[in-house]
Design a binder for this molecule. Structure first.
Ligand SMILES: [Mg+2]
Length: 122
């Protein structure tokens, strides 16, 4: 069974690009357009193996989304990659503190993203 990746980003362009990259690697992909949508898709999925999340999004931002995911026993260990335009040290620090495994700054190199995702999936 292919690993299932949930991509959460309010930019359709980024969503589609990351989805395209991941599908090309053989992953199963679900996309969500903000944190709330991300939670709904996560709860609806049988299994999600990894999450790629933006930070700045309407309705529910990425940090709140990740915090909410991490607060739940079931989802405590899902690897989470943050993909954000916010690349300052404090942003990265906050992202990692609330439970992201990895913080990448946009635009991220596709090969690097793929490498990191594969590393986190073990
Ligand atoms: Mg955004």
């Amino acid at each position: 069974m292919p690993k299932h990746i949930l991509i959460v980003d309010d930019s359709k362009t980024v969503r589609n690009l990351v989805a395209f990259i991941m599908k090309k690697e053989g992953f199963k992909v679900t996309t969500a357009e903000d944190g709330l949508d991300g939670l709904e898709k996560l709860y609806a999925a049988e299994q999600v193996d990894l999450i790629v999340s933006d930070v700045n999004m309407p309705r529910m931002d990425g940090l709140t989304f990740i915090k909410t995911v991490r607060e739940q026993e079931t989802y405590r260990d899902i690897p989470i990659v943050v993909l954000s335009t916010e690349g300052q040290d404090k942003d990265i620090q906050i992202g990692l503190t609330i439970g992201a495994n990895l913080y990448m700054v946009k635009p991220a190199q596709p090969e690097k993203l793929v490498r990191n995702v594969k590393m986190l999936l073990g």
